[in-house]
Ligand binder design. Sequence first.
Ligand code: ADP
Length: 191
Amino acid sequence: MLNIVLFGPPGAGKGTQSEKLIDKYKLIHLSTGDIFRANIKGATELGTLAKSYMDKGQLVPDEVTIKMLESEVNKHPDANGFIFDGFPRTKAQAEALDNLLKSKSTSITMMLALEVEEGELKKRLLLRGANSGRADDQNPEVIQNRINVYNNETFPVKDYFTAQNKYKGIHGIGEIDEIFNMLCNEIDAVK
Ligand code: ADP
């Protein structure tokens, strides 16, 4: 199996690149943000809970997020592999993911990180807020909070995968196809 963690701060381009990667490598795309938004739209209990955190730019608690992710993985027993987009965002989530994959006799192949500096992220997120109507992209304070949460809680997940020799960083500014090609080169080198 090819199991990729697509990593990077809010606005780095994970969603855009995931779409292209799943198409090329025939992987299942699991975006925790998308799954939470679908639950909000469907007015589920999970959606109501997630919304109360997302609106403030905070992380949904690990216990809830991990349970949800596990059940999504379990829906695809015959997958070629997965792209995890927006997960893991904490060290506890990274450990849970490792354990889950281990129980299925597989593992994370690599963490691909899109590296983008903060000023560019804020510009992109505000633009996305204006175009897509995503509430958490429209408020500069919420955006700043998400970037702070990323720096404090999520960035350390890089060390977790670096210690396993699985971290590959890509500069995430440039043409979408150029960045895509760099990601493919990294994947093809380990496949
Ligand atoms: P972005 O990367 O632009 O912040 P996402 O769609 O990945 O967008 O996430 C939106 C929000 O969903 C996050 O700010 C957070 O509240 C919640 N969320 C997504 N993934 C996770 C996760 N793995 N753990 C906790 N909360 C999450």
